[in-house]
Design a protein around this ligand. Structure first.
Ligand SMILES: NC(=O)c1ccc[n+]([C@@H]2O[C@H](COP(=O)([O-])OP(=O)(O)OC[C@H]3O[C@@H](n4cnc5c(N)ncnc54)[C@H](OP(=O)(O)O)[C@@H]3O)[C@@H](O)[C@H]2O)c1
Length: 344
């Protein structure tokens, strides 16, 4: 009979606008011992993603919304505590979908489609375990795939929004390595300094500055050939109005809309006609077969000192809602992660 106490965040109500603490409820439950074919995974590093906000809404997305009363969905790194699965031995460090809880049973969740199982990570780990919740996991894969779609070339001007964030910071460095002039957009002077001085972008526009539109124009005198779009809204409109003929827009996300779906839209999409530009939306989940390729590529760049990544790590499962608010408020640098427990 199991006595393992699990702390679990369940979705209590759907946010209207910014999520509030009351939308989630932290409860204690006993987690059962694994049945044959199951493993009990202790959550270690939980990735907090902008899409978490989308899953909280009753909005037509790429996955069904999290049902009210259910465990909040989430990707993360965990460690197998008890196992009745040959492929996941006790002690193995795994990447998967533990959700916002301290323990989870594999193949139990109704929240995540079965094609996204827990995968054992290499032993020994080639990088700190938190990296697999970010740059060496789905975040790095997103940047890798998006840049592959956008194909920056020498001579191109590429713009990357949310440039100091998890995906944008990696995408911009990859575009720079491909020879493009790279202009980031980020919130605040300090972040912009970091984007230029540490990440190596050519320019960074502070979206909070009154002059951000003029600053964007000044930083892109020859127009924009590639937009790696992470935010949407008025920033994307300003970028669209500077697209060159034949420009590519890689639409990764639109975080500016996530608190207000339906009320934040683009005014200037006619620019796709005027400039004969292309718009390519993509979803990382369609490219999971490339996770090893992306991890090897990005891992090599990191080891060679050619790729920098940042993590904002907060401690304790109870901080997860606050971590989500932080990314929606632009308070994170790089990947936002909740350390729920340590790997042993
Ligand atoms: N297509 C896919 O498969 C896929 C996969 C992963 C992520 N994504 C998308 O990629 C984007 C970035 O995700 P991430 O995980 O790397 O997050 P992140 O960039 O680490 O964090 C989000 C950042 O967005 C900026 N932001 C927040 N609200 C904003 C607003 N109203 N207007 C403009 N900027 C705002 C903030 O940066 P500043 O304050 O510095 O601007 C914040 O730090 C999101 O849109 C996400 O949904 C897509």
């Amino acid at each position: 009979m199991s006595t393992t106490v699990n702390r679990v965040y369940r979705l209590k109500s759907r946010p209207e606008g910014s999520p509030v603490a009351d939308n989630l409820e932290l409860v204690e439950e006993i987690v059962p011992d694994p049945e044959p074919g199951q493993a009990l995974v202790r959550t270690c590093y939980l990735s907090v993603d902008p899409t978490t906000r989308v899953w909280m809404s009753d909005y037509r997305g790429y996955m069904p919304p999290v049902p009210l009363g259910e465990v909040m969905r989430g990707v993360g790194v965990g460690q197998v505590e008890k196992s009745r699965r040959d492929d996941l031995p006790e002690g193995a460090i795994v990447l998967g979908w533990p959700g916002w809880q301290e323990y989870c049973l594999t193949n139990e969740s109704s929240l995540v489609p079965l094609e996204f199982p827990f995968l054992p990570l290499p032993d020994p780990l080639p990088a700190p375990p938190s990296a697999f919740a970010g740059v060496l996991g789905h975040t790095g894969l997103t940047a890798h795939v998006g840049i592959d779609i956008g194909k920056p070339h020498p001579g191109d001007t590429a713009v990357v929004s949310a440039a100091a964030g998890a995906v944008g910071s990696i995408a911009g460095q990859l575009a720079k390595a491909a020879g493009a002039t790279v202009v980031g957009i980020a919130g605040g002077h300090q972040k912009c300094r970091h984007v230029v001085d540490t990440l190596g972008f050519d320019h960074c526009i502070d979206r909070h500055a009154q002059s951000w539109r003029e600053d964007l124009a000044a930083a892109t005198p020859d127009g924009i050939d590639l937009d790696f779009e992470n935010v949407g809204g008025e920033i994307m409109d300003a970028v669209l109005l500077r697209l060159n003929v034949g420009a590519r827009v890689v639409l990764c996300g639109m975080i500016a809309a996530y608190n207000r779906f339906g009320s934040v839209g683009q005014h200037d999409i006619i620019q796709f006609v005027m400039q004969r530009a292309s718009l390519h939306g993509f979803l990382v989940l369609d490219h999971l077969d490339r996770v090893a390729e992306a991890g090897a590529h990005l891992g090599e760049l990191i080891a060679a000192g050619k790729l920098h990544y940042d993590e904002t790590i907060v401690d304790g499962l109870e901080k997860a809602p606050d971590a989500l608010s932080q990314i929606l408020d632009g308070e994170n640098l790089g990947k936002m992660i909740v350390r729920v427990s340590e790997t042993l």
